[in-house]
Ligand binder design. Sequence first.
Ligand SMILES: CC(C)(COP(=O)(O)OP(=O)(O)OC[C@H]1O[C@@H](n2cnc3c(N)ncnc32)[C@H](O)[C@@H]1OP(=O)(O)O)[C@@H](O)C(=O)NCCC(=O)NCCS
Length: 254
Amino acid sequence: MPKRRADWLIGRIAAKSVVAAALANVIPGDWPLRAIELPSGSSGMPYARIAPESGPVAGFAPGERLPISVTISHAEGHALCAATWSEPVDDGSRRTLGIDLGLVEPRSRELVATFFTEDEQRFVRDAPPWERDLRANLIWCAKEAVLKALGLGLTVDTFDLSCRPEAGLADPAEWPLAPADDAWRPFVATCSPGLVPGGGTIRGVWRSFPGFVGALATSSGRALPEGTFWQPGTPPGSIAPGPHQPHVQAKLTR
Ligand SMILES: CC(C)(COP(=O)(O)OP(=O)(O)OC[C@H]1O[C@@H](n2cnc3c(N)ncnc32)[C@H](O)[C@@H]1OP(=O)(O)O)[C@@H](O)C(=O)NCCC(=O)NCCS
C-alpha cells in the first residue's frame, strides 16, 4: 500500500475511535465506528459527520456534521489523534484542536535559524547536548499543533508564533526528561496579531513518546480560560476536563 494511503488509513482508524470516545463522553451510548466519517475540509482540516449511507445515530441524521473537533497527525507509521466535543458558538465558529507527532531526529542549525524565533532558538541552544534534538522537535511540533488548531497548517510564517514549554524542559530540576515519560506538560504559544486578532497566547500540551514527541493545542478565540486545558497528573491517553473544558481524547496508534 502506498505510504500516503497507509498513513491516511491509520490516522482515520485511530481518529474514529477518539471521536467515538469524545461523543460517548457527552452522549453515552454505542457509537459504531462505521457510522462516523472523517472527511477533510477545504483547508485540509478534518471534521466529523455521520456517514451518509448510515442510518441516524443518537438523533444525528445521515450526513449531518457532528459537534466534534478532531485532529490527526502521522509519523513513521504512527498516528496521534485527538478529539473533543465542540459546539458552534454564536458566530458559527467552533473551538478546534490541532495535534502534531514528530520523530525526535537531528534538526540542523540552519533549520532552527530559518524557522524558529529568537526565543525558540535560545531554548534549543541552551539545551544540554542530550536534549537538543528533543527540544528542537518539540518546538516544531508545538508550532504545527497551534497552526493546525487555527486551521492554517504551514501556510503562514513560522515567526508568527513563538512556542515555549512551561514546565518539564523549561525547569532544569526535571532534566533529563525520561524518554517515555507519560505526562502531558503545558506549553504556551505567543502569537502575532496577524495570526490571532489582537495577538495573544494559545495554550497547549506536549509529551514525549519513545522516539517521538507530540503536541496538542486548542484554538484561542473561543478561548479556554488559562490553565484549564491541561491538568497535572492526568493519565496517558486522555486529558481530564477542567472546569470549562470538555474531555479531550488523545491516542497514539501504530
Ligand atoms: C497541516 C500540515 C502542516 C501537516 O503536515 P505534516 O506535519 O507533514 O503531516 P501530519 O501527518 O502531522 O498532519 C497531516 C494531517 O493534518 C491535518 N491537516 C491538514 N491541513 C490542515 C489544516 N489546514 N488545519 C488543520 N489540520 C490540517 C490533516 O488531518 C492531515 O492528515 P490527513 O490528510 O490524513 O487528514 C501540512 O499539511 C500543511 O501545511 N498543509 C498546508 C495547507 C495545505 O496545503 N492544505 C492542502 C489543502 S487540501
